[in-house]
Write a protein that binds this ligand. Structure first.
Ligand code: MLT
Length: 410
């Protein structure tokens, strides 16, 4: 009989969001008349920007003509898209990122997991707690951890707690770690990182030969001009950081799929024999072997984000969700709850009332208000006693959800 990857047996039963969906589906089955509002998974609800749709329609036409038809594209993504990204998202902010250092993919979630292919099995890995579960689970799958304990922590991972007590800012570790996952604006807490905080991480990484995996999927939600959008705005980051970005949350591509990963050419890791190896070459090799690129049609849609019309439409979309976040923050505060995040981020992080556990509060909101959120403990042990509300929904649903919550909690 074929053997399996036993590391999968160490995983908690279900990935967080399918587990929530399972519980919500069971509730809906038992209460078919309940009008459930889903503010759990951060999935967008508003239509794709017209500029992207028009570009994709045009791209479909291209595919119908022998002269403009496209077969396999470059595994790294088309140069016309990578050049726009380099100029607009990085060079315009003073980041010395070249188009050749950008790899187009079908999602940041995939890349966050896939990147582990090119790293060794003996790295010490640090994650904040709470954290986007993909960082942890993919390391478990790759065999980089030991077993899970009663608190839900995996042996061999270094957890850096972020709570209201430390203003949701992880302390720089005192021990040496090789790989560090950072996500700003943060999923799930909605916290942002100052330039000084990021500089402290970059200094740490350079001093210790560590690599930072910087997840900037929510950078479009930054409105404060003092908050960096990219880790490469920080001096020295090109020597120690890989950045993940996505079109999912700014341009509503969760169902369309397009993202990018930046691997700077001067980023170095070490082989078993101690010799230096360029990380870029490994990632390029990995992508060329295991990936055939994102469809031409979708890349044309992503390119349209950088047109004048696209920029205006994306700005409007982001502002819409940020307004939702403001409504959520305001109403939940009125309900007497302690709220965090949701200012430069689409997630509001709430302290559960009356000492309820995260899952108790989940059940209470679902049963009393028919509103779905995400239990903080699903993001890690230090998330216990917190709850995440996503601002990705229609205005009507957000208003209705807040009315229901206020009526039960005020
Ligand atoms: C979330 O709700 O945390 C996000 O939707 C996850 C993701 O983008 O994969």
């Amino acid at each position: 009989m074929a053997t399996i990857n036993d590391n999968y047996l160490k995983l908690k039963a279900g990935y967080l969001f399918p587990e929530i969906a399972r519980r919500v589906n069971a509730f809906v089955e038992a209460n078919p008349d309940a009008k459930v509002i889903r503010l759990g998974i951060g999935d967008v609800t508003e239509p794709l920007p017209a500029a992207c749709r028009e570009a994709m329609v045009k791209a479909v036409e291209d595919m119908g003509d022998r002269d403009s038809f496209k077969g396999y594209g470059p595994e790294q993504g088309y140069a016309w898209l990578r050049e726009k990204i380099a100029a607009h998202d990085f060079q315009s902010r003073g980041c010395d990122i070249d188009a050749s250092e950008i790899f187009i993919s079908d999602g940041s979630k995939c890349d966050c997991g896939n990147i582990l292919d090119i790293f060794g099995n003996d790295n010490a890995i640090a994650v904040t707690d709470p954290v986007y579960p993909v960082y942890v689970d993919t390391n478990v799958m790759a065999g980089h951890t030991g077993d899970i304990n009663d608190k839900g922590e995996y042996d061999r991972l270094v957890y850096l707690p972020v709570t209201a007590e430390n203003n949701f800012t992880a302390e720089i570790p005192t021990q040496k770690v090789d790989l560090i996952y950072l996500c700003f604006p943060n999923n799930p807490t909605g916290a942002t990182a100052t330039r000084e905080h990021l500089q402290a991480w970059v200094d740490y990484a350079r001093a210790n030969g560590s690599i930072i995996f910087f997840d900037a999927a929510y950078e479009a939600f930054i409105t404060d001009p003092n908050i960096p959008h990219s880790i490469y705005e920080i001096e020295g980051a090109k020597e120690c950081a890989i950045e993940f970005r996505s079109f999912s949350k700014n341009a509503g591509f969760t169902g369309t799929r397009c993202a990018l990963t930046v691997v700077p050419k001067n980023l170095i890791g070490k082989a078993k024999d101690g010799s230096p190896v360029e990380i870029w070459k490994l990632w390029n090799r990995r992508q060329a072997t295991k990936f055939n690129g994102v469809s031409y049609i979708v890349q044309r849609g992503a390119e349209a984000v950088y047109s004048e019309q696209g920029q205006a439409q994306v700005k409007e979309l982001v502002a819409f969700y940020l307004e939702n976040a403001t409504i959520i923050r305001t109403k939940l505060s009125e309900a007497g709850l302690d709220v965090y995040g949701g200012v430069n981020a689409p997630y509001v992080w709430v302290k559960t009332p009356s000492g309820l556990t995260s899952w108790d509060f989940f059940d209470k909101l679902l049963h009393a208000c028919n509103v779905v959120g995400t239990p903080g403990s699903g993001f890690g042990a230090a998330g216990e006693g917190y709850f995440r509300i996503s601002a990705f929904n229609s205005r009507d649903n957000v208003n209705e959800a807040m009315t229901r919550i206020l009526s039960k909690f005020k």
